[in-house]
Each structure stands twice: as C-alpha cells, then as structure tokens.
Design a protein around this ligand. Structure first.
Ligand SMILES: *Cc1c(COP(=O)(O)O)cnc(C)c1O
Length: 218
C-alpha cells in the first residue's frame, strides 16, 4: 500500500504551525514506504519491534533517520538498539531504565528516554502509575543514571469512541507532566486521537495508519 502523501502534507502543515513533532509509525511497513516519507522531509520514524527495527536500521544506512522505539521493550533486548536509537518512548520500569543506562554506557552514548505513564481507563496497558513515576524521577535526580536523559512523558489513551474520556486521560497526563518543569516532551496522540491530544498539550504525536494506511496483523 502506498504512503498517503496528501495526508502527510496536511498533518504536517497543521502540526508544524503548533510546533508539534510527528513520529511516523512505520511498524510492519516496508522500507520503501519509509523512504517515500523521507523524500517528503520526514526524519523521525517509530517502531514497535526490536528485530524489525534492527533490520530496518541495517538496511537504511545512508539516510539521517531518527529512530524512535515506541513498543514494549524487554530488558534483554535493549542491547540490540542501544547503539543507534534516538528516543525510547516506552520506559515503564526502573529495571528497564537501569539496563538502558548500562547499554548506553557500553556504547559511549547518552540515550534519550520518555517515561510511559499509564493513563487509559479501559484496557490494561503498559505504563507507570504516579507513585512509580515519582520513584523513578527521584532515582534519576539522584544522579546515578549518567547515560540516560529523561526528556519527557509518553502515554496512550483508551481506544474508545467516548472522546470526552480520551480527552480526560490526555489532560491527566498533561497535568502530571506540569509537575516536572524540567521535562519538555509530551508524547501522546495517534491517528485517531491526535487532534484531542494536541489540544490537551501534546507536542509529539505518533501517527501510523493515517500516513501509511491500515496495517495487517503482524
Ligand atoms: C502503532 C502505534 C502507534 C500508531 O498507531 P496509529 O493508530 O496507526 O496511528 C502509536 N503509538 C504506539 C505506541 C503504537 O504502538
């Protein structure tokens, strides 16, 4: 399926005006689709699966792509992406953060991270609750994790037709972020709910199907 260029230009125009970054979520989509958006100026791409990301990164070496990891990340797989990942959106435990720090150090890098906060009320999703977030921020502020840089928070709203619920969940995350003035990035909003997310303060949206078309199941 071809990339929806018209949709890309429209969303880009809309969000550039609001200083919102777009992460093009390319999971399960072929390299040609990534390169088609790259040709239009897109540089930030998001992936959910470690092996798929490693393969894609290895086959696109001559471009300045910034890779974002947005899926659930297992501790034992951090090492495969630590050498090149630009931003990990989905840090949901201290254990994972410590492993990222360790692998970043091995690679002589500082890895940018977002802490994923659980905000959905409908289904079980990965993410920290507020107490866990506080604990991790305390650990970060204690200066023991020198090879990671916490840039902000990420969250996913419920997959719900009830837009007032979705809005409430986004607002909740926005309120949590405002307690941490040192954090800049608020990654929230996907194809179906990004407009609401931006209205509630998101400055980074992760958009897949609106740009690349619907996905087949992996
Ligand atoms: C797949 C995915 C997206 C993109 O979803 P679309 O509905 O296709 O825009 C965004 N964020 C995360 C965490 C995802 O897994």
């Amino acid at each position: 399926m071809a990339v929806n260029k018209e949709s890309y230009h429209k969303i880009r125009e809309e969000l550039d005006a609001k200083n919102v970054d777009i992460i093009a979520v390319s999971k399960i989509k072929p390299i040609e689709d990534i390169l088609a958006l790259y040709e239009l100026g897109q540089r930030d791409f998001g992936e959910n699966y470690v092996q798929e990301l490693v393969d894609k990164n290895a086959s696109i070496t001559d471009r300045n792509i910034r890779w974002h990891f947005i899926g659930h990340l297992q501790t034992n797989k951090v090492k495969y992406i630590a050498g090149f990942i630009h931003l990990i959106h989905s840090v949901d435990s201290l254990k994972l953060l410590q492993e990222i720090n360790k692998q970043a150090k091995k690679n002589n890098r500082i890895i940018n991270c977002l802490l994923q906060v659980y905000i959905a009320t409908e289904e079980t999703k990965y993410g920290l609750d507020e107490n866990e977030l506080t604990d991790i921020m305390n650990e970060v502020n204690s200066g023991n994790l020198l090879n990671i840089s916490i840039k902000g928070l990420m969250g996913m709203a419920s997959f719900s037709e009830d837009l007032s619920k979705v809005r409430k969940e986004f607002k909740n995350l926005s309120d949590i972020k405002s307690k941490y003035p040192q954090l800049q990035v608020l990654s929230m909003g996907m194809s179906q709910d990004y407009t609401i997310a931006v209205e509630e303060g998101s400055n980074m949206v992760r958009i897949g199907s609106l740009l690349f078309g619907a996905r087949n199941k992996k």
